[in-house]
Design a protein around this ligand. Sequence first.
Ligand SMILES: C[S@@+](CC[C@H](N)C(=O)[O-])C[C@H]1O[C@@H](n2cnc3c(N)ncnc32)[C@H](O)[C@@H]1O
Length: 251
Amino acid sequence: MGISMDVKLDFTAEERKILLEEMQILEHNISIFDWGLRGFRTYASAVFTLPLTNFMQTIGYNKKKLVDLNKSDKVILNIGCRDDTNNDYINAELFPSLGEMWRILRGKRRIEYDLFLNICYEDKNLLEVADGIILSHVLEHIPLNLALVALKNCFKYLKKNGCIRICVPYLGRYQQPLNTSYEKAKNMLAVNTIIYCYGHKVMYNVELLKLLMAEVGFSQIEEVNFQEGLLGMSDLPERQPESIYLTGIKI
Ligand SMILES: C[S@@+](CC[C@H](N)C(=O)[O-])C[C@H]1O[C@@H](n2cnc3c(N)ncnc32)[C@H](O)[C@@H]1O
């Protein structure tokens, strides 16, 4: 599309090209989780994930797995771990989607985590088993009406004096002073990406997250810095620039 002669943009030709390309990528990534063919494919691939995870929980898969893992030292649950499995925690994830199952069957992927866990569906076998829970970039994927359910389940899985560390993306990280029009436009695209991509459902700030944590019973809720405070060693460096971190204790 050509630009009208009377319009003066504050971008160089190269900047304009980059911004328009990034807009196309944004549109593509949003449509993956939206209606239309691409959205339908994602939906169809994931449609069995939650019921199958719930089913595995109900038949006691996690109970057996916990016994097999034979953890004598501290139990730290890393819920919604995805690829963050190279650690000393007990890693939990949803049951694989159809797409992932297909890759697993073809030997292109392996299930590297320990438990099948839908954070919104109570697992009676996990009650009071954990000394700590890590929830890194998971809560923003949970619909707001289930956020309290998810946090309440975490609370129930903790032993007395157990702690939780929650890390979520924070839009405030994008509210920095910017100089050029190019930086400002790019920043707006980044904000849209955080809000509308990756299947994100809700954005939080410290105050809102604190409220929800308090509501389910956590005490000593604190905002902490990257790799500081309770379970700080679990923080992933790639998450630092866009994240806030809160910790709480079940007393
Ligand atoms: C962005 S990834 C975070 C991965 C990792 N914790 C990290 O910080 O890099 C979000 C993960 O949350 C998981 N997730 C989404 N909804 C969930 C639910 N209801 N119960 C458990 N995990 C869930 C997704 O499967 C996904 O792997």
